[in-house]
Design a protein around this ligand. Structure first.
Ligand code: PLP
Length: 425
């Protein structure tokens, strides 16, 4: 991956020392160099501006550099950038905790802060396992997860991702074995799911799933009915239900949280990605009352044994509070509905292109699924050459724009996908 000679000095010097994510660095094209951001636009060091269809891995839901979030960080930076969260709390974290619990359904009422989605899922797994341990049940340490699922990149979370298709199948021998079931989307898969659940219930701490959309698994959608089936099955076999709303949370599927569309409440929920409006790293694991209550005892070992150094970082919590202000002050869910309608109309022409298998939209997620993408890097470069920042993966080209994207920019992104896929054919 040699640096092009036209790139700035810091790029030439630094690139040989950077290890990029999910990238075969022998053959991947050199990365673009971002200079600045604004709204739905990314400006590169060479002066080009791209329209962003990804919103920084699904995080920047208000667009980049929103003044309200910038002001909140600046104010917090003056007062207290960080303080440890052991034996000490602060206003940004406690305000955020109470606001999240007020937004979430049911008695999801205890928030544990971490700094990444993967760790939030690990904490959810630890909560579910220790919930059983604290009740003296030492056998219930496994998770039931679903084919097509994605829950993170750390060792524990890789083990609950899709075992075959997931990008982590190659670590197989190093991973803990869990129960991986088909999503109960029809009669046969529901039977298979229920029989796996019945035979493993005695060793399960919980069931974990992404509600309505399996994101990194390929933007696969399922109905709210599937969620209700899983909730009912978890109740029947007395196992905790963890919903991973790291991608779906904060309006992406059309409601503030995806679980609202099924009218169900999980026992534990994980949030991250859009939590701070795409500004700072922050994640949260939120438990219902009965889960938290299982940690209350005279035994110090019944306490939750976890505590990241930077947990509840005040700057990140200030961003998240400012992001929630924007959801209150500006019509974000209406914007999602408008984006949804526009994408389903404007991506529809892709359906008749050769090699296109499906076109689908849910909330502010628009997907064009192909039979296969031979070279995602090359496809990305063609999209960039047209002025669009879109990152195809597996066999899909997708849009998850900021909820504030203009009609003009969204039309451009949809048109560009059609043009570039049309040129492939
Ligand atoms: C992105 C994601 C994660 C992992 O979050 P990181 O912050 O990348 O560790 C976990 N679950 C889901 C559903 C995600 O989309």
């Amino acid at each position: 991956m040699p640096a092009p000679a036209s790139m700035p000095d810091w790029y030439q010097k630094g690139l040989p020392h950077i290890w990029l994510p999910y990238s075969q660095m022998q053959s991947a094209p050199p990365p673009l160099a971002a200079q600045s951001t604004q709204g739905s636009h990314l400006t590169l060091t060479d002066g080009r501006t791209l329209v962003d269809g990804v919103a920084a891995w699904w995080t920047a839901c208000h667009g980049y550099n929103h003044p309200h979030i910038r002001q909140a960080v600046a104010r917090q930076l003056e007062v207290m950038p960080h303080v440890m969260f052991g034996g000490m709390v602060h206003e940004p974290a406690l305000r955020l905790a109470s606001r999240l619990c007020a937004l979430l359904p049911g008695d999801l009422e205890r928030v544990f802060f971490t700094d990444s989605g993967s760790v939030a899922v690990e904490v959810a797994m630890k909560m579910a396992i220790q919930y059983r341990l604290n009740k003296g049940e030492r056998q219930r340490t496994k998770m039931l997860a679903f084919h097509g699922g994605y829950h993170g990149d750390t060792l524990a979370t890789m083990a609950i991702c899709d075992p075959e298709e997931g990008m982590h199948h190659l670590y197989g021998p190093a991973l803990t074995e869990h129960v991986i079931a088909p999503l109960p989307v029809d009669v046969a898969s529901t039977q298979a799911f229920l029989s796996l659940l019945a035979s493993h219930a005695h060793e399960l701490a919980g069931i974990i799933m992404e509600p309505l959309v399996q994101g990194a698994g390929g933007m696969l959608f399922h109905t709210p009915e599937v969620l209700r089936t899983v909730r009912a099955a978890a109740d029947r076999y007395d196992t905790l239900l963890i919903l991973d709303e790291i991608f779906t949370g904060f309006g992406r599927t059309g409601t503030m949280f995806a679980c609202e569309q099924a009218g169900i409440t999980p026992d534990i929920i994980t949030l991250s990605k859009a939590l701070t409006g795409g500004t700072m790293a922050l994640a949260a694991t939120i438990a219902r009352k009965h889960v938290f209550d299982a940690f209350l005892s005279d035994n110090p070992e019944h306490a939750l044994m976890h505590g990241p150094t930077f947990m509840a970082n005040p700057l990140a919590c200030a961003c998240a509070n400012a992001s929630l202000d924007l959801f209150e002050a500006e019509p974000r869910l209406e914007q999602v509905a408008t984006i949804s309608a526009r994408m389903s109309t404007w991506l529809e022409p892709c359906r008749s292109l050769p090699g296109v298998r499906d076109v689908r939209t849910l909330g502010a997620i628009g997907v064009v699924e192909l039979d296969r993408i031979a070279n995602p890097d090359a496809l990305r470069q063609q999209l960039v050459a047209h002025g669009a920042w879109i990152r195809p993966f597996r066999n899909i080209v997708y849009l998850t724009p900021a909820f504030t994207i203009s009609e003009h920019d969204l039309a451009f992104l949809c048109r560009t996908i059609h043009t570039v896929l049309g040129n492939q054919a």
